[in-house]
Design a protein around this ligand. Sequence first.
Ligand SMILES: Nc1ncnc2c1ncn2[C@@H]1O[C@H](COP(=O)(O)OP(=O)(O)OP(=O)(O)O)[C@@H](O)[C@H]1O
Length: 475
Amino acid sequence: MRETGGGVWGFTGSTMTSLMFFWAMYNQFFPYHLRVLIETYVYKLMGLVSNSVHIKFNEHSGLKKSEAYNSIRSYLSSKSTALAVRLKANEKGGGKSLVLSLDDHEAVEDVFNGVKVQWSSNVSKREEHANASGSEERRYFTLSFHRRNREMIIERYLGHVLREGRKIEFKNRERKLYTNNTSLYAREGKWCSVPFHHPATFETLAMELEKKERVKKDLIKFSKGKDYYRKVGKPWKRGYLLFGPPGTGKSTMISAMANFLEYDVYDLELTTVKDNSDLKKLLLDTKGRSIIVIEDIDCSLGVTGQKRKTKEEEEEEDEEGKKEKEKTFYEESERSKVTLSGMLNAIDGLWSSCSDEKIMVFTTNFVENLDLALIRRGRMDNHIEMSYCRFEAFKVLAKNYLEIEWHELYGEIERLVEEIDMSPADVAENLMPKSDEEDAEICLKRLVKSLEEEKVNVRKLAEEEEKKKADQEEK
Ligand SMILES: Nc1ncnc2c1ncn2[C@@H]1O[C@H](COP(=O)(O)OP(=O)(O)OP(=O)(O)O)[C@@H](O)[C@H]1O
């Protein structure tokens, strides 16, 4: 008995060794194009005798990563966790958690409407495109199923996989903040990203309640508006113009919007954009479900030639005036040759409709300096004024920093903030406890003192102004 067992094992072992030897020889000595030819015929032969249909989903489609491949991977990750034997673990949130997916050369079964299908994860090597670090790996998924289910799988199952996969992908993804600033490791004309963890929310944003609710409603309507935008034939995008003095919360509002919708943020810096086509490329390279931000757009505008004009002025606009329109952003910078028309084209032209669900936000401290074409309704659909801190906004900040809803100093503060223009940033600075010893009372008193000092300053300035006027009139 022993000998027979040993014989079987010996035979199996030597067969395996021979097979592996032939496989290694085949891979090593057969040229790549010959192997492709052989494999093609083998597949054809198998197709004649097999009842299975196979569909291949490559990781890359052209130069871009295939979105379908990513969705399938996410879909399969939920199946594989329960069923597959070999899994791959990828870090998420800087190593705080793990996302599991199907390992290479591993297969998993799925059942849809009582029909069994099989998914396998594959990787092949292409030596002819090898780079210095070795051969190029090409990953793909193969879906196999019985040919009698072809129609159902193609028409219903695949749609189901992509939809579910996208949902899982969206839930699992780590939100990102992208920049095109080359001094922050971005290559020219490319984005680089860091995880986006800004804690601002609409709850912590100091702003009149009604205004806040209006913005929230608008965002919800936009994010659920896929069918509406398709019906009216408009690209699924929306523009916001946030304007107001420094420190009134324009950047904070953008973070709150991104957190509310769970979108990525692209911080577009025009100074590092070479020209109009570079701008177009950068915008095309942004994903859906994102907010694209250009902060302080007034500072980027060499083009202030088209501010609010009278009709006569418009008629008088000669050739030279028209050329003004083509003045570049950042005239002082020799690098950027982005023009106003290039900018309008990129955000609103034909190319802008190439991907869905994007919000564009411009911020400015001086809205009156902006070109009307740039901010007209339809392009910037929603103009939101971020204003000085009034009582309603103060109460939000007091709740954020001091965790109180009411204090006897509130009456005095209400009178002062309605009278004095102080930015929420300055109010927040006064309210923030500077040490463990500082309680709400100390912080509120500091704020009252600051507001009163500001009141005296404002009065002094007004008196000086009046005196100057009177002096000029006398002269
Ligand atoms: N409306 C607000 N609600 C809550 N916090 C605010 C608000 N405005 C300002 N702050 C606080 O002040 C800081 C600066 O505000 P933020 O950068 O959002 O202002 P900004 O309007 O973008 O300023 P700038 O025009 O100078 O860029 C924030 O980090 C936040 O702590």
